[in-house]
Design a protein around this ligand. Structure first.
Ligand code: ZN
Length: 308
């Protein structure tokens, strides 16, 4: 195949999706491959294995030079799919995705559901298609289009895990087990974020961090009758509120300890400004606010910055 222009490439990839990918994603949506946190009996239920098999079979049908496809299972852990595509360029690329899903949740339209795929208005509805079933297909399709045009690429490793929605607690074990095969990648591409719009390529440059802990307040050594103790023993809920107020200002949401603040790099502020300019109200308009609820700020740039 001759070298394609960007427009022809888009066209070609769109055809690949229509011919070979979308119907696989539809099958994938039907599988209730909930992450282990939401399905502790995942191994017995077999849904994660079914999703893995679907992905593995599709990979094996693709004609990529010297591709090696492998499902790896460490004892007692959710499986990973590893696809190795040798290349001739410098450096190593790691592409990441996951096949485990969020639980059903509620609020589905009457004609849609988590395990009931539905194509409407050029969109595919159902659990897991966008997060993160598409990742493997997108990664491999992109590499295939390069190879078809004989455009050189570096060695690529696609790693697809099945524990992400539970906090990826199995992933470090696989990273250790894979050792040198994984090596020290020069570029890591995680196809597992959002995009602002469909008319351009978006890149997530930073994500909020997360700190979790457990807070308990004890005022008595054992339970007593509420009618007896209330008004005498301080309310534990009020003590919790006071403790939380040391961390966060309840009115503004500002985090108070100086040690939890970092200066936002100028480049990030500029990126937020540009993204806010492009997206405008779309930054918040896509959230299903109840009547009367409003976003934290009206200025899209400010909202994006709050997230970094
Ligand atoms: Zn995800």
């Amino acid at each position: 195949m001759a070298t394609l222009s960007p427009r022809e490439t888009t066209q070609h990839i769109t055809e690949m999706w229509e011919k070979s990918i979308v119907h696989r994603l539809i099958d994938y949506i039907r599988i209730p491959a909930k992450s282990p946190q939401f399905d502790p009996d995942w191994a017995a239920h077999g849904h994660i294995d079914e999703a893995m098999a679907l992905a593995e079979n599709w990979c094996r049908e693709q004609a990529l030079a010297q591709m090696r496809v492998e499902v790896i299972r460490l004892e007692g852990r959710t499986p990973v799919l590893l696809i190795e595509i040798p290349g001739c360029g410098e450096g190593r690329v790691l592409l990441y995705g996951h096949l485990d899903k969020q639980p059903e949740m509620t609020g589905w339209d009457s004609d849609k559901g988590p395990w009931q795929p539905r194509l409407a208005d050029d969109r595919l509805y159902g659990r897991g298609g966008a997060d993160d079933g598409y990742a493997l297909f997108a990664a491999l399709a992109a590499l295939q289009v390069l190879q078809e045009q004989r455009i050189a690429h570096s060695r690529c490793l696609i790693l697809i895990e099945t524990c992400e929605e539970s906090g990826s607690y199995d992933l470090p074990h696989y990273i250790d087990a894979l050792g040198e095969r994984l090596g020290q990648p020069d570029l890591v591409i995680c196809l597992d974020s959002g995009c602002g719009s469909y008319d351009r390529l978006w890149l997530t440059t930073s994500l909020r961090g997360l700190a979790t802990g457990e807070l308990s307040v004890e005022l008595l050594t054992e339970g007593v009758h509420s009618g007896d103790a209330s008004g005498i023993v301080p309310c534990s809920f009020r003590v919790i509120r006071q403790l939380l107020a040391r961390i966060e200002d309840a009115d503004s949401g500002r985090i108070l300890p100086a040690g939890l603040h970092a200066e936002i790099p100028a480049q990030r502020c500029e990126q937020a400004r540009r993204a806010g300019e492009i997206l405008g109200e779309r930054v918040f308009a896509r959230f299903p606010f109840v009547p009367g609820a409003r976003p934290n700020a009206e200025d899209p740039t400010q909202l994006i910055l709050n997230r970094t």
